[in-house]
Design a protein around this ligand. Structure first.
Ligand SMILES: Cc1cc2nc3c(=O)[nH]c(=O)nc-3n(C[C@H](O)[C@H](O)[C@H](O)COP(=O)(O)OP(=O)(O)OC[C@H]3O[C@@H](n4cnc5c(N)ncnc54)[C@H](O)[C@@H]3O)c2cc1C
Length: 322
């Protein structure tokens, strides 16, 4: 019997977990990403002295089976539980035992964790998909990739809307409720400040700062959604200057706070979820996954990919038995 084929748009953690699970079950999987590498919002920036997280700084597992996945990555030396102190508002507190069990930070670039999920799936980077049709994907260069038994789209909802314009059932569901909020993410270096690994601000402009594993006073600092909405059209310099000055005020730091990188995530986190782990159009063999469908966060995104893969494999087995 010939292998079943899947074409997946997006190699973030949801697309990659789906691709790997299908490939492990014997499917022939193509996965396309418009970027130069994998990872999506689990992104990092190469620095002179290593790398630093620009996207999600943590991975948290609230339940199985993602807990087992993270434990496996800890065993491989790729993740470690978050330890140390967290500074909240004006005081330093210790992580509770429950937080320590559930919160992990990467010791290797997060994109490598995502890549490890792909297994034997065929990865196509710098491949922007412009249209999804039944069994078919169209790439920016006009190339059509087809004959898929299932086409899966894992990109944030607003980016997915134009891709599925020819599939009314999915298109209408996405138009109904499909909002994301932005975050500005900065890499900043400073000396002094609280003796902590994580700073949670109680502030209108800044949300959180996480010290980076290579040390040297380098921190990933994330704005609030409100800050990012105010500075949505601002340049990097303007947003960086405003964020650095807010930070100095909050922590009582003297100059200089150096801003080494800034990135605006226009679609950082979804404000709602569609309910369930995926959204499917069975007749046209197209399914949507990712955090916009399953809910915000790395765990939900991973689950949405693996759960869809399990359902597809189960449907295939039932068909074979009937
Ligand atoms: C600043 C920030 C902080 C965060 N903090 C946390 C946190 O502490 N804990 C937590 O659990 N979560 C956090 N998150 C959220 C978490 O990162 C996401 O929920 C998760 O990574 C989403 O994965 P995904 O696979 O659904 O989507 P994505 O990672 O967005 O993957 C989608 C992929 O699709 C690709 N793509 C898009 N359009 C196309 C196209 N037309 N053709 C081809 N490819 C395309 C993109 O390049 C991308 O690689 C944070 C996110 C941000 C931005």
């Amino acid at each position: 019997m010939s292998k079943l084929k899947a074409g997946i748009v997006g190699a973030g953690i949801s697309g990659a977990s789906c691709a790997g699970a299908l490939a492990a079950a014997g499917w022939d999987v193509d996965i396309f990403d418009k970027a130069r590498g994998v990872g999506g919002r689990l992104s990092s920036r190469r620095m002179e002295d290593g790398w630093a997280t620009l996207g999600s700084p943590f991975m948290s597992a609230r339940r199985e089976p993602f807990r087992s996945q993270l434990r496996e990555w800890v065993r491989q030396g790729w993740l470690e539980p978050v330890r140390g102190k967290i500074w909240r508002g004006r005081a330093t507190v210790s992580w509770t035992q429950a937080q320590l069990q559930n919160h992990f930070r990467p010791l290797i670039e997060p994109s490598q964790l995502v890549r490890s999920l792909l297994g034997s799936a065929h990865l196509h980077t710098q491949s922007l998909v412009t249209c999804i049709a039944p069994r078919t994907l169209v790439l920016e260069n006009g190339e059509t990739r087809g004959d898929y038994d299932c086409v899966i789209c894992s990109v944030p909802g607003p980016q997915c809307v134009p891709l599925v314009a020819g599939l009314p059932r999915l298109h209408e569901r996405l138009l109904d409720d499909n909002q994301y909020r932005p975050v500005w993410s900065f890499l900043m270096r400073w000396e002094g400040g609280p003796d902590a690994e994580v700073i949670q601000f109680d502030d209108e402009l800044l949300n959180v700062a996480v010290s980076q594993i290579q040390g040297g006073g380098l921190w990933a600092v994330h704005s609030t959604h409100a800050f990012a909405e105010t500075y949505l059209d601002a340049g990097k310099e303007e947003a960086s200057t405003r964020a650095a000055s807010a930070l100095m005020g909050l922590l009582g730091l003297p100059w200089p706070v150096e801003v080494e990188a800034a990135h605006l995530w226009k679609m950082a986190l979804p404000t709602s979820q569609q309910g369930g782990f995926w959204l499917g159009d069975r007749e046209n063999r197209v399914a949507l996954i990712g955090d916009g469908i399953a809910g915000a966060g790395v765990e939900r995104a991973w689950e949405s990919g693996t759960r869809l893969a399990q359902a597809l494999v189960q449907a295939e087995q039932e068909l074979a038995m009937s």
